[in-house]
Structure formats: structure tokens, C-alpha cells
Design a protein around this ligand. Structure first.
Ligand SMILES: C[S@@+](CC[C@H](N)C(=O)[O-])C[C@H]1O[C@@H](n2cnc3c(N)ncnc32)[C@H](O)[C@@H]1O
Length: 296
């Protein structure tokens, strides 16, 4: 964690005057500049995510339901309740609600093509035990795409010891990921008739859903991990994907993360970032391979 994250000031707003009357709709609760700053400060300290000015509407739309659920009248009362909750679950819910979890199967497909055509055949050919980390995996589409890819490249990835670690800060998205059920439309982007080959149709909540097959699921282990805290992994990886995550961090945090990814990759290991991210403004020792893909 950078000094900036550790030392960012947490400003305490002061509640003044008599309690406000109950509001009809929490979305009508005004968000003061001081409250916005206080929310940004908590989010930055706990996740390194930087919320810029102009995101006040996003904050209100994401947090209003928590204010309503707790029967509170203002964001100051809500922030005080978050701070007072010793279990930390209110704070986790708040941070979960403020993270952006957009993802999809086979997103930014050029990375998967490169892995399938070049990286994975080479690793399996050399008899390596393939270890992949999907860092900031959201609801599971990215690591499950990787697991399907392993099945595309070799017939028996589980027996060959291939493994994918998939981590995220948000417990909510991890629960969805572990459930492994998706809308049929979500699987449409997969090539190699992936929807037919790697899912089974199930009834879910009165509708139809697609469930990731067990031999795909068994390649992936999900865990909660905050990228700005200590990493418990003991073994290096051949591939790390951290895509569309660092874009929410400031340059200091990105710099430190890229160095830590370097340390956790084997020589010749690959780092993939999102296509709208790049390492160009950072100091690093990776070699460029193709857009948003680097090798140690
Ligand atoms: C936009 S999603 C990206 C998902 C996937 N990698 C992709 O590209 O489709 C970003 C994810 O990063 C996670 N995230 C944000 N800050 C994090 C942190 N400090 N530690 C771990 N995960 C974090 C969010 O919870 C979210 O699920």
C-alpha cells in the first residue's frame, strides 16, 4: 500500500441541529461536498479507488438504498453508521456498492487468442504446471473464460495441474462467480461453440440460466483479496490478468502494483492489463508483446 493510501486524511463531517424529518425517497437526499469527500476518502483508503469530482450522482445512485435500508436521513448519518459498525460489514457493503464490476465472457478477445495460439501451447508443451491469476475477476466471466481456454488447448487441464486463482475485493461479485450461473445472452460472445460445450442449461428463479460445467469450475479457485493489502500467494504465476482494475487507481498505486506483479511472475511470464490501460506512463521492466500484453 502506498503512503498516499495509508495517510489519506479521513474527514469527519459534523452533524448539526435537530434530526431532519424522514424523507420519502432516499434518492432525494442531498449529498454535500463534505459528505462526498468523506465517502471518497473511505473508498480510497480501503480500496485505492479514486472517485473524481463529477461522480456525485453515481455515489447517490449506488448508496441511496443503504441509507433507506438503515432508516437514516442523510449521508452524514450513514457515514457515521458505517464507522460505528464494528463488524465492518456496512463498510464492505458501501465499498462493494461503489466498485464497478462490468465484465463479460471473452472480453477483449485478442488476449485470449494470444493465450490460446501462443502462450498456453508453449507452457503445456514444456510440461509446466500452468498457474494463472485473474486479479479483479468480478463475477467470474474472465476466469471461467480462461478455464474454458485451458480445455480448448489440452484435453485434461485438471490432471495436468493447471489452476486459476480468481480474486476480487467484492464479496458480492465473488458470490455470483461461485454460483457460476449466467443469462444465456451473456454466453453468446464465446467462440468455439463455448456456450454449448462448457455450460449446462438449468432452471433458475423461474427462468432459464446457463451453468458453467463442473470440469471448468474445478479449475478456478475464488478468493477475496484486496490488491493494496498483503498477498498470501506463495508460488509464482505464468500468467497474471489484471484488466480494467488499475484504471480506477492513481499512478502511485499502479506503479507499486506493476512491480508486485513483476515479482510474482516467473521469468517469461505474461501480464495482461485492460485495453484502455497501459504501462507506458509507469516505470517497469516488462517487454511489450501486443496491446495491453507484456512479458517478463
Ligand atoms: C471492471 S471490473 C473488471 C473485471 C475483469 N477483470 C474484466 O476486465 O472484465 C473491476 C473489478 O476490480 C475490483 N477491484 C477494485 N478495486 C480492487 C482492489 N483494491 N482489490 C481487488 N479488487 C478490486 C472490483 O471489485 C471489480 O470487480
Amino acid at each position: 500500500m502506498t503512503a498516499a493510501v495509508m495517510n489519506a486524511p479521513l474527514r469527519h463531517a459534523v452533524v448539526t441541529g435537530a434530526a431532519a424529518p424522514p424523507v420519502e425517497s432516499a434518492s432525494e437526499i442531498p449529498l454535500t461536498a463534505e459528505e462526498f469527500e468523506r465517502i471518497c476518502s473511505v473508498l480510497f483508503q480501503r480500496s485505492a479507488i479514486v472517485l473524481k469530482a463529477g461522480k456525485e450522482g453515481l455515489v447517490r445512485s449506488r448508496l441511496a438504498r443503504h441509507v433507506r435500508r438503515l432508516g437514516l436521513h442523510s449521508y452524514t448519518e450513514y457515514l457515521d453508521a458505517v464507522e460505528a459498525d464494528r463488524s465492518g460489514s456496512e463498510r464492505s457493503d458501501m465499498i462493494d456498492s461503489l466498485t464497478t464490476n462490468k465484465t463479460s465472457f471473452y472480453r477483449e478477445g485478442a488476449h485470449f487468442e494470444y493465450l490460446q495460439d501462443t502462450v498456453l501451447p508453449r507452457l503445456f508443451g514444456a510440461g509446466d504446471r500452468v498457474r494463472i491469476w485473474s486479479a479483479g475477476c468480478s463475477s467470474g466471466e474472465e476466469p471461467y473464460t480462461l478455464a474454458m481456454l485451458l480445455h480448448e488447448v489440452v484435453r485434461d487441464p485438471v490432471q495436468r495441474g493447471a489452476r486459476i486463482l480468481a480474486t476480487d475485493l467484492s464479496s458480492k461479485v465473488l458470490a455470483t462467480a461461485r454460483e457460476a450461473q449466467y443469462a444465456e445472452a451473456a454466453t453468446a460472445e464465446l467462440p468455439w461453440q463455448g456456450a454449448e460445450r462448457y455450460f449446462t442449461r438449468v432452471n433458475a428463479g423461474g427462468g432459464r440460466a446457463m451453468r458453467v460445467r463442473d470440469d471448468v469450475r474445478s479449475l478456478v479457485r475464488f478468493a477475496r483479496l484486496n490488491l493494496i493489502e498483503t498477498w498470501p500467494m506463495a508460488h509464482p504465476f505464468q500468467v497474471i490478468m489484471c484488466r480494467n482494475v488499475m484504471i480506477y487507481f492513481d499512478k502511485d498505486v499502479q506503479q507499486r502494483l506493476v512491480q508486485r506483479f513483476w515479482e510474482l511472475l516467473v521469468p517469461g511470464g505474461h501480464l495482461f492489463v485492460g485495453h484502455s490501460e497501459s504501462l507506458t506512463s509507469l516505470k517497469h521492466r516488462f517487454s511489450y508483446v501486443q496491446p495491453a500484453a507484456y512479458v517478463k
